[in-house]
Ligand binder design. Sequence first.
Ligand code: SAH
Length: 450
Amino acid sequence: MNKNEFVKVEITDMSTVGEGIGHIDGCTLFVQGAVIGDTVRACVTYVKKNCAYASAREILIPSKDRVTPLCPAFGRCGGCTLQNLSYPSQLIFKRNLVANALKRIGGLDAEVPPVIGMDEPFRYRNKAQFPTGVDSSGSPVVGFYAIGTHDLVPIADCYLQPEGDRRILKIILEYMKKYQIPPYDEKTGGGLVRHILIRKAYATGETMVCLVINKVALPHAEYLTDALKELPGIKSICLNVNSKRGNVILGNEVRPLFGDAYITDCIGNLSFRISPQSFYQVNPVQTKKLYDQVKTFAALTGKETILDLYCGIGTIGLYLAGQAKRVIGVEVVAEAVRDANQNAKRNHIDNADFIAGTSELVIDELPPADVIVIDPPRKGCAEKLLQVLISKAPKKLIYVSCNPATLARDLKILTDGGFQIAGLQPFDMFPETQHLETCALLVKVSVNEA
Ligand code: SAH
């Protein structure tokens, strides 16, 4: 196979990032734009020793699982990778992702139950950060970056976001045009508006609009706030100042233009204050299901001490606190710890404390716990933490993971250390994309059984 060659290939599998996989003469071909069950004509884009990459140019025989993507930017925008696959097939794909990772990376033969999905797998996200740029005529646009690049794909409406976002973006673009407010230019570091952050609290209907800007002030800001605050649900309009070069989206300084610099959302009976910088799960419908699963796995009696490691703004720990004796949360971002402690107060929870620190460094100093919840970022847990968890041997360890590969790696270490997988449940927190969340329950095998 050579670069630019056209090949006909039947797609028999899918990769972890949602490409179709086919085989030609013993070579594995990763085909962008193809789904399992398709036969496609594809153009080879890159050839390596044992595999090659290609892009589907013509669907010769469409898969029965293929659907027409809703979004006109599908295939160019780096956000959704699975919009051309029917939703039931997306759930099967994700179940296989978890099972394959556990088997191949962890050497674990655990039975993976079907992924718990959504009834409505579109318009589920509560947060978007749209980068800005200019189109070929020089007019300001917003959009998302193309896969693996910083090339802006203009978007008027993202189908994962609430309908209201479209009107917010339109008003901001009209304002930028009217007053010639320049979008930020990554190459020169010039320009003003870098990103538009929109958050919606579905439980209360409150919406926050935050413009991330390169300087400390926004000219004619009152024109913009007057137009935006007429929209339903707008509760907070603010600026976030970020004049540093690089990929970090938000700076530290927040300036309210209208309302407070936060909105309030609820999960179950608890309410949370969310500021532009707060980490907060993006899919409220599925978050509730995930947290309920954690609660079911924990099966609390009211006597337990719980550690909530990687706690963010304390949501999981607070969700469990009502049924536990004591909750201690650990989080590396100091502002999130402050939010977590405030969230405990606002919900009148007095048996939960949140401390700033790195889980693997503070774990040794924490009191013994009956249940330990870990919810690390994509890179998983530090090995040191896993070794301490093995020696601490809590009755229950609940691992919430957003990356099947690092979950499998870490579960291998934990099971080698004497834990047993007693429950496993994947959740589709991110329909239309290749991402998912998995919740695992681990219990220590007793000495007699070991
Ligand atoms: N449990 C929370 C947040 C999970 S996201 C929720 O459900 O909303 C993972 C969190 O881990 C982030 O808030 C991140 O800041 C934090 N984090 C990353 N590395 C960490 C470490 N080594 N120790 C403690 N917290 C860490």
